[in-house]
Design a protein around this ligand. Sequence first.
Ligand code: ZN
Length: 87
Amino acid sequence: MPPKNSNAPEWEYVKVLDASKANKYLECLLCGHKYYGSASRVRGHLLGIPDRGVTRCLKAPREVKVAPRAGARLHGAQGGLAGVGGV
Ligand SMILES: [Zn+2]
């Protein structure tokens, strides 16, 4: 069962293969990487947060929207990088 906070967008990027434990077994829908973890680790994977104990997603688009919870320092998300079409 997904957690109650259904507004957690990170879950749209993973498929829960086994939710029977606290650390769910997840499969990334973008790159196919399978790992154990919770929402914070999903964000760690998608955003490449190094201290989450999960490898970074190689397929996560730049605009992946995984709204950080309180405590995250993300200022001016719509900053001056409009129209970066480099890839
Ligand atoms: Zn991935």
